[in-house]
Design a protein around this ligand. Structure first.
Ligand code: NI
Length: 390
């Protein structure tokens, strides 16, 4: 039997080819029909019986060694973004306006190769692995949809594991952090209702533009003046819409924004305070406000023991000097929900090899250094084997 390293290298061409195929055919949140078909076909070829259409376009397949042992949930996200690709590569997106600009094509290919690798070494393993291919990570709705649709029915997972390829980290570096690692992401809309009228007679109106302006500034105090500086949080107003002409005071202004937090209590408090401040400011200036809150994903929290184990595995695979403690990230990921079902670890594998792979995630020129793919396969496979043999 070849080593896992040799096995991952032997699968490298297949992993890259699959990633390129997916890259050419990106599908955005909940539209991953072709993608799910490719995944299911590969899993069937491995002798598994995938459940498809889980949470609309998710796929779940359980491999059972037939020997007692723990159950490991391994998750990959599969969706692309509504970003028009600007790279000129042979595997360029064939879909106008859509692109795998975050590397989820790589995650899908990596997890399929991990499945192939583990099943190929099934004789030396015990326990079960639940392979979860999740749609709609980019709108943080896919995990929720899959769980609501019974993705884990009959699967009592002991551990959860997953990875994100990263153009923010050098090729082959594994970055991981214990505890709260990625932020909870909530979004909100605040509609300020005034009374419209002629711009030359503001006294006969309630100007929602002035009220919204006060509100945007007042909300900035919630983090700067009310939140412990060592507890990270962000309140951003990202959209302001109101008015049509230079001489009309509009009826209403709509603000949109996002709240990012790590601590559950801080999250609840800031949500409450955003509502309080909005109402207070509106009342002060004779307006009213309608808040509309959309709860996103909770924070990604890595289990301490699982993180220590993954770190040890990664140090063996890529070398101790190439395993780093990741900074906390204000971006979110609904891997958080799988980690709430089973303690585990979500980690990053560096895929920045040169200039072509140095663009930020979600950029029209984003790309992966594909040499990261077999490394990711190896680290993830070793991580799962480690959990199975615990
Ligand atoms: Ni992503």
């Amino acid at each position: 039997m070849p080593s896992i390293h040799e096995h991952a290298q032997a699968l490298a061409d297949r992993t890259v080819a699959l990633r390129r195929d997916l890259h050419q055919h990106p599908e955005i949140a909940f539209e991953e029909v072709r993608t799910a078909g490719v995944i299911a076909e590969r899993l069937r070829a491995l002798g598994l019986e995938p459940r498809t259409g889980v949470g609309k376009t998710g796929v779940v397949a359980v491999w059972d060694s037939g020997r007692p042992g723990p159950t490991v949930l391994a998750r990959a996200d599969i969706d692309a973004l509504p970003v028009p690709e600007e790279k000129d590569v042979p595997y360029r997106s064939q879909r106008d306006g859509w692109m795998h600009a975050c590397g989820h094509d790589g995650h899908t290919a990596v997890l399929l190769s991990v499945a192939e690798l583990l099943i190929g070494r099934g004789e030396e393993l015990r326990g079960r692995v639940a392979f979860v291919f999740q749609p709609a990570e980019e709108i943080v709705r896919g995990a929720e949809a899959m769980l609501a649709d019974g993705a884990l029915d009959g699967i009592d997972a002991d551990h959860a594991i997953g990875l994100h390829l990263s153009s923010m980290h050098p090729l082959g570096v594994v970055a991981v952090r214990e505890g709260p690692s990625m932020a909870a992401t909530d979004s909100f809309r605040l509609t300020v209702h005034g009374r419209g009228g002629h711009a030359a007679k503001p006294n006969e109106t309630v100007d929602p533009i002035v009220v919204a302006s006060h509100l945007v500034l007042a909300l900035q105090a919630l983090v700067s003046r009310e939140t412990d500086p060592v507890d990270q949080a962000v309140v951003s107003i990202t959209s302001v819409h109101g008015g049509t002409a230079f001489n009309i005071i509009p009826e209403a202004v709509e603000l949109k924004g996002t709240l990012r937090t790590f601590d559950a209590e801080t999250r609840a408090r800031l949500r409450r305070r955003i509502h309080d401040v909005a109402e207070g400011i509106a009342t002060t200036f004779r307006a009213t406000v309608t808040p509309d809150w959309t709860e996103g994903s909770p924070a990604v929290v890595n289990d301490a023991a699982a993180t220590a184990r993954l770190r040890a595995v990664a140090e063996r695979v890529v070398g101790p000097d190439r395993v780093v403690t990741n900074a906390q990230m204000m971006g979110g990921d609904d891997m958080a929900l799988w980690l709430q079902r089973a303690p585990g670890c979500y980690f990053f594998v560096g895929a920045r090899g040169g200039e072509a792979s140095a663009w930020p995630h979600h950029h029209p020129r984003f790309d992966l250094d594909e040499a990261a793919l077999p490394i990711a396969v190896e680290v993830l496979a070793e991580g799962i084997v480690d959990l199975l043999t615990a």
